[in-house]
Each structure stands twice: as C-alpha cells, then as structure tokens.
Design a protein around this ligand. Structure first.
Ligand SMILES: Nc1ncnc2c1ncn2[C@@H]1O[C@H](COP(=O)(O)OP(=O)(O)O)[C@@H](O)[C@H]1O
Ligand SMILES: [Mg+2]
Length: 546
C-alpha cells in the first residue's frame, strides 16, 4: 500500500531504499529481539507453571521440560531432553500402546487423546507409579508437528477421593448396623420371646457382617453346647437343637473358658463331634463373642464363613453389640420365668393349704357334727314322754346342727372345689352355673381331664365371675363359655349388667389374674360402664404351648 506513493517521483524509490536500509536492519534486529523476548517470556511462564509441561517433537523425543516436571518425575531437565517421552514418563506396561498410538497419529493425523483431559498412570525416575491428569496439544508450526503435554500429579486428589469413599462406606456400615440393632432392640423391648430374639439376631448379624452362617450357642450347666438358633445362606449352620459335648478346642469352648471374643481360622485337626460337624458343614473361619448373663458365659454368638469371603477385622466387636441385646433378652426371660414359677409355687402352696383345710373340715369337723347329731337323736329317743319340752329343745338343737353342717359344707366348697377331684371340670362348671343367682346360658365343651392347677384356676375364674355378676352387676343374664382350643382352655363369662368392673377396687379379679398368669395364661376384663362385663381367660396346659 504504502509502495504506491513511491511511484509519484522517479528515482525516489532508490533514494528511499538507500535511506531506509539502516531502518530495515533496525526492524530486523527489533523483530529478533522481540522473538527472543517472547521466547524468554514464554519460557518464564512455563518455568513458573505448577503443572509439568513437556514438549516433544514428531519422533516423540523430549525437547523441553519445565522445573515442575523435574520435581514431579525426579529427572533433571537435561536428563529428559533428548530422550523418548515413553521412556521418561510412561510405565512399561503402557509403553507399547503409547508408541503405537503416537506412530498412528504421525501417519494418519488421527488421535484419540489430543486436546482431552485424560486420567492415566505415570512413572517416576525411581520406578514408582502415580495417577496423573494429562492434556496433549499439537503445536502446528510450519514443518514437522510437535506436541506439548501438561501433566498434573493427582495422587493427593485420588487419596482424598479414596478416603471419602472409605468414610462413606464406613458411615453406611454404621447406619446399617444401627438399623439392625434397633430392630433387635425393639423386639427385646417389646417382650419378644427369646426364640424370636435369637432368630432375629442370627439373621441380622449374618446379613450385616456378610457371614455365610451364624449360630447362637448356649453352654449348659452340664457341659454341653446347645445350639439355640442359626441362620445361613446355604443351610450351612448348625441346626437349632443340636446338643454336643463342649470338648475339643472349638471356638465355643475357647469363648466359654475365656469369656472373651475369639477367632479361629480353621477347624482342621480340632477334636470332638462339634468340630467334626462344623467341618462337615464347610464352615472355615469362625468369629464369636460371648453372651454374658449375670456375670457368667451363658453362650456365644458365632459368625462363620465358608471361605468365599474373609470375615472382616472388627467383626468380634460388632458381634458384641448384639450379644448385649441377647443377654438382655435372656435375663428378661429368665426373670419372667422366675417370676412365673414363684407365683406358681405361691398359688400351689395356697391351694395345698386350702385343700387340707377342706379335707379337715369334711373328714373331721363335718363327720364329728354328723355323729354328734346322730348321738343326740339317739338320746332323744331315751327321753321320757312327759319331758316333752326337753324333746322339743333337743329337736331344735339337732336342726341347728343340721344347718351348721350345711353352712360348713358351703364354706368347705369355697375353700377348695373338692367336686373337681370327683367329676372333673365340666361337671364342676355345670354345678356352678346351676347354683348361680342370675340365669346362665352355659356352653361347656371340655371332655377331658386337665392338669389339676389348670382345672382349679378355670373353676375359680368362672366361680368369681358368677359371684361378681350376682354381687355387683345387676344383670338379667350371664353367658358362660368354656372350650379347649390348641393346648389351652378358653373361658369367658359375659353379663349384661352395669359394667364398670375395676380390678383395683377389690381382691377377687387381681387374685384370678395372678393365678392365671402363674400358669402362663392371660386374663382380660372388658367392662365399659353401661356395657356389661366380659371376663376372658386363656390357660395353656401343654408344656409345648407355654
Ligand atoms: N360383673 C361386674 N359388673 C359390675 N361391676 C363389677 C363386676 N365385677 C366386678 N365389678 C366391680 O369391680 C370391683 C372389683 O371386683 P373384684 O376384684 O372381684 O372384687 P370384689 O368382688 O371382692 O369386690 C368390684 O368391687 C365391683 O365394683
Ligand atoms: Mg369379686
């Protein structure tokens, strides 16, 4: 553009060239300086970069590396420059793939890695491998291509990520464990039967710990290992009810002796039937914790693995959380049982006393009265006819003796229902309903003899309920139902009276409840004011159903 003005004056071009020659040299110098300055600037920038920057030529030979690369890789710049990049930074296992990819790119211009953020493994001078983030850019200048790689050591980020993932897994584990513990604790607090708690603990711990089998053992006072419950993935647990001597150095034996958690990696060579059974079930590793009740080793909770996955460290402690709940459930059940049997003993002792009093009254006092009455009658016949006033007096005494006998019979019946011993519950209940002051609709389906304490309790339930109806209810009708269902006798007495029965207001209903519960039964009273009263009792009589 600016050369067009030079045409205006002939000879001007030459002159200007002459004038401008030093200026062109100056410009060339300046350009040179600027290029050098640019390079220095670029180098300064690259040298200060925190990431490794490495450039290579079209043969893959390192042409530049910055100080960050020195720090990260452990080579000096001089050691790197002139060497194949693959030798400097690519781990041996990836070297062939790298070289092939590089050659393909030079040949075809295609690449899967250019200008993308990649995560790879790099190697340091000392041979240690580490994770890197990498970007490779092609520098397109005239001539053969060259490349710049930016490499960032991401070891720290990886560690942090791994730590985070591990922390997350731990949290998840804790949450799962807390949920399982809560489920078992709810069962214990709800008064679940020990067997329910045992089953639940075996299954919860098995799933939580990833065990293949879990067993709960009880150490019996006579030296046996009684398996109370079990759970497993492949029916590989010791079946509940298995009772074997506590011999051989099984985990059960170790825990019983030490009262501490234990771990056994193999049952090979351990003596005894229990060890043989465990071997035959292909349980390999066993980890267990003691169940301590009242300071003594009651038993052990034992997790097993068939060897497909290791039983993790810390399993012992985690089992410990569950064995505490087991101990609570067992202690609860033991005190419940102790209470029930002490109630039973008290009721039985009271019944025995009442039976004795009834017998004494019947066989002693009553018989004595009968013979006294007979003697009086005999004496009466001896009285001379003129003493008719004495005869009348004696007759009055004989009549009086008769009603004392009736009263005594009535009292004796209340003290102990001797009629039970004679005709069984069905007859005794029918007699009760016949004697009721309020009309009774009775349905009695009991065609068998039940254990004596059960018959006595059933009798008292109906007797007290009918007496209450007569005494308190102001009822017009009362229905009595008695039947035997599934190992228990079920009794109900319902009246249509004023309701509002309150066991705390007297002693009859409370006494019945004690008696029925001592036998493992249950007694309920429904008595809304104005809605009549229904008393229901269920008393088991099978050893099995208790
Ligand atoms: N069938 C009934 N209908 C109405 N009230 C009743 C009935 N049974 C019991 N009650 C009330 O409940 C209280 C407690 O009964 P109970 O324990 O048998 O004691 P008691 O009969 O010795 O008073 C009675 O005092 C009575 O007020
Ligand atoms: Mg009463």
């Amino acid at each position: 553009m600016w050369s067009s003005s030079a045409d205006q004056e002939p000879g001007a071009l030459e002159r200007r060239e002459r004038e401008q020659a030093p200026r062109a040299a100056e410009i060339a110098d300046e350009t040179q300086r600027e290029i050098a300055g640019g390079e220095a600037r670029t180098r300064a920038i690259l040298d200060a970069a925190l990431d490794c920057v490495i450039t290579i030529d079209h043969r893959g030979v390192v042409t530049y590396a910055n100080p960050a690369a020195e720090d990260t890789l452990g080579y000096s710049v001089d050691e790197m420059v002139g060497r194949q990049l693959a030798e400097v930074i690519v781990p041996p296992s990836l070297r062939d793939a790298h070289l092939a990819g590089f050659a393909r790119h030079i040949e075809t211009g295609k690449s899967r890695i250019l200008d993308r953020r990649l995560e790879l493994t790099a190697i340091r001078r000392d041979g240690s491998e580490f994770p890197v983030e990498l970007t490779v850019t092609r520098i397109d200048l005239p001539g053969a291509p060259s490349f710049a790689g930016y490499v960032r050591d991401v070891t720290e980020r990886h560690t942090t990520e791994q730590d985070l993932r591990a922390a997350h897994r731990r949290l998840e584990m804790i949450a799962a464990e807390q949920a399982a513990l809560r489920r078992v604790a709810t069962l214990v607090a709800g008064g679940g039967t020990p067997n329910d708690v045992f089953d639940s603990v075996c299954e919860e711990t098995g799933r939580l710990l990833g065990a293949t089998s879990v067993n709960l053992s009880h150490f019996t006072p006579d030296g046996y290992n009684l398996t109370m419950a079990g759970w497993s993935v492949n029916r590989s647990h010791v079946p509940a009810g298995t009772r074997l001597p506590l011999d051989g150095e099984t985990i059960d034996r170790v825990i019983q002796r030490t009262q501490k958690p234990a771990r056994i990696e193999s049952y090979e060579g351990i003596a005894g039937a229990l060890a043989a059974l465990v071997r035959s079930l292909e349980i390999r590793t066993l980890v267990g914790a003691p169940v301590v009740v009242d300071g003594a080793a009651w038993g052990a909770l034992i997790a097993g693995s068939d060897g497909s996955a290791p039983v993790s460290v810390g399993t012992e402690a985690r089992l410990g959380d569950f064995t505490e709940l087991l101990a609570t459930a067992i202690a609860n059940a033991e005190s419940r049982n102790a209470l029930a049997s002490s109630r039973l003993r008290i009721v039985a002792a009271a019944d025995e006393t009442r039976r004795r009093i009834e017998r004494d009254l019947h066989d002693g006092t009553q018989q004595r009265l009968v013979s006294l009455a007979l003697e009086l009658r005999a004496a009466q016949t001896e009285v001379p006819p003129e003493l008719d006033q004495l005869t009348a007096e004696l007759s009055r005494i004989v009549d009086g003796l008769g009603s004392v006998q009736d009263e005594l019979r009535e009292i004796a019946r209340g003290i102990h229902p001797a009629i039970l011993a004679e005709g069984g519950l069905a007859r005794a209940l029918k007699t009760l309903t016949r004697r009721s002051a309020v009309p009774v609709a009775a349905s009695v389906e009991v065609d068998m003899r039940l254990p004596e304490p059960v018959e006595v309790a059933a009798y008292y339930v109906v007797s007290e309920a009918l007496t209450n109806t007569a005494k308190h209810a102001n009822a017009s009708r009362v229905a009595v139902d008695a039947k035997v269902v599934a190992g228990a006798i079920s009794l109900s007495v319902s009246d249509d009276g004023k309701g509002g029965a309150d066991p705390t207001m007297g002693s009859g209903l409370v006494g019945l409840k004690d008696r029925v519960e001592a036998l493992g039964g249950a007694l309920t009273v429904q008595s809304a004011p104005g809605g009549g009263t229904r008393l229901h009792a269920q008393i088991p009589f099978d050893a099995d159903s208790r």
